[in-house]
Design a protein around this ligand. Sequence first.
Ligand code: PEP
Length: 263
Amino acid sequence: MNIRGRKPIIAGNWKLNKLAAEVAPFAAELRSALPAERGCDVVICAPFPLIPAVRESGAALNLGVGAQDVSEHEKGAYTGEVSAAQLFEFGVRYCIVGHSERRSYHGETDFMVNEKAKALLANAITPIICVGESLEQRLRGLTRELVEYQIAAAFSGIPAEAAAACVVAYEPLWAIGTGNTATTGQAQEVCADIRSALARIYDAETAARIRVLYGGSMNAGNACDLLAQPDIDGGLIGGASLKPADFAKIIAATAPAQRDAHE
Ligand code: PEP
């Protein structure tokens, strides 16, 4: 737990990378690089066919099993879709929704993000709800309005108790996969705005329970500073989650943030 009573979470987003055969060697390398004790939840959001391998190889490491997308539909004539119940059956307990790559390349709307989050919550899977602005939106001074709208849409109709179980990831589009990490000030400012927006939708107590992550070129070098920010409760990590040594360093970086928070 950090001083605010929220357990940090470090979630890897493997995107369209790795084969099932690569999962066990990854887990073995991660195991030898991990600190003996860790005070955060660690999750791997893998492509669907890799989920059984992540579940099997990650068990000894207590890795949470995550997916990268889910259907908003429960069942029926939706070729190619995978439902929340099907994910749960395979051991998935976390799922990314609204990642900017799904919004940009697959037309995922704010309303779909909301429906997907509800489908996950109905099946005891924690949604990791991604929000964030483009560079142009930031340059035009629209970041706060946009992100607050994305939050309002994503949480629409979700009661407070269920909302408290959700995770939000602030991912500025200009920082994803670019190496242009947001400064700690930029990341903290928007994560605090997100928490304020949640407090207005629900109440301060509910907002204080929701874990807000930063994502966008987080790496072994910048994780410590980002994770020490008061409203940043962990990270959603793309590129660096593919390399066990780097991922382990980011996981280890949650420890000083907690220690400092208690000093
Ligand atoms: C992501 O895709 O969610 C992400 C944060 O990627 P990267 O860490 O590579 O910027």
